[in-house]
Design a protein around this ligand. Structure first.
Ligand code: NAD
Length: 313
């Protein structure tokens, strides 16, 4: 691996990814990092358990100037645009990005990702931009076990170095075929996981209200046709999955507001290619309404169970 690596965006996912990265590369390497929020930079400096040298930077552009490879992990397309395209402080404003590898792991719209890729190719023909969104939640990010879905072909010559870097933060690395297809895979995943969470919330609530011990249902769902992993390790009912946000007063985790974003992205992407959806709009509306409820706003998406009527305080 190169000895100068960059990281931009140290939030709920970014901070543990940054911590894994900076504690697994050699002490002679440097991680150059940036977040718009000064407290996040301080946290990065003080709490990451880094082995490598840490260099807090004052812009995304400075990170890009100093790093040979970088990863960005920010909320939405507009933030990715700011990180890469801002005329003064953006990554692409760096004077020379020759041979550098830029990886965006945020879950954003494909149009913005493709635009950043095209601008990179136009302004820095010898730099390489990849979409590589992740799945596995904050628990997976802490353990370093997240899955990366890279928007590139299996034959891409940069794959070995991408794998070397990303394997410091995750266990499973998939190539999805070409630019923005990592995001397509991510939309499929999040549409499924958020829909399954809602379905689990409905049926566990029903079972509990009917007088059934939810642990029995959880056990049954290990072997029956309704079986799903979320019912086991990310159950929305408090106490059923000890490591899940539902057992930690729904502390995020994956904020409920991001479900609105991700299902919205999936619906828009399906519309673009004419893929019909029956449940999407209902699921989206349900999460949007729940996100506006005081008991749910700002909490982990599993709090949908509270909105459905379970976990009554
Ligand atoms: P978050 O809101 O906790 O963190 C985002 C971070 O980006 C914050 O620290 C913020 O200050 C920083 N940021 C925003 N704009 C910036 C800019 N212009 N320059 C530098 N830093 C900037 O969000 P998160 O939960 O870490 O999610 C980040 C992305 O990862 C989102 O796209 C999300 O959908 C995706 N994701 C999240 C999870 C999860 O479980 N939280 C799982 C998989 C994917």
């Amino acid at each position: 691996l190169p000895s100068h690596i960059g990281f931009i965006g140290l939030g709920n996912m970014g901070f543990p990814m940054f911590s894994n990265l900076s504690s697994k590369i050699p002490a002679t390497s440097t991680v150059h990092f940036y977040d718009v929020v000064p407290e996040s930079i301080q946290r990065g400096l003080k709490e990451s358990g880094a082995v490598a040298q840490l260099d807090p930077c004052s812009s995304a552009r400075e990170v890009a100037e100093k790093s040979e490879m970088l990863v960005s992990m920010v909320p939405e397309g507009k933030h990715v645009s700011a990180v890469y395209l801002d005329p003064k402080d953006g990554v692409l404003g760096a004077t020379d990005l020759s041979g550098k590898i830029l990886i965006d792991s945020s879950t954003i719209d494909t149009a913005t990702s493709l635009q950043v890729g095209e601008e990179t190719a136009k302004r820095h023909p010898r730099a390489h931009f990849f979409d590589a969104p992740v799945s596995g939640g904050t628990a997976g990010a802490k353990k370093g076990s997240i899955t990366f879905m890279i928007g590139c072909a299996e034959s891409d010559p940069h794959l070995p170095i991408l794998k070397l870097l990303l394997s410091l933060m995750g266990h499973n690395i998939y190539t999805c075929g070409g630019p923005s297809l990592g995001l397509t895979a991510k939309f499929c995943n999040n549409y499924l996981s958020s829909s399954i969470t809602l379905l689990n919330a409905e049926m566990f609530n029903f079972a509990i209200k009917s007088g059934m011990d939810p642990r029995i249902l959880q056990d049954i769902l290990k072997t029956t046709t309704g079986c799903n992993r979320n019912a086991q390790w990310a159950n929305p009912v408090p106490g059923l999955s000890p490591d899940a946000p539902s057992s930690k007063n729904y502390a995020p985790g994956f904020k409920i507001e991001y479900v609105k974003k991700d299902i919205g992205l999936a619906i828009a992407a399906c519309e673009r290619v004419g893929a019909k959806l029956a449940l999407g709009p209902t699921t989206w509306n349900t999460y949007v309404e729940a996100g506006q409820d005081d008991r749910c706003a700002g909490k982990d998406s599993k709090v949908i169970y509270r909105w459905i009527g379970g976990d009554e305080e």
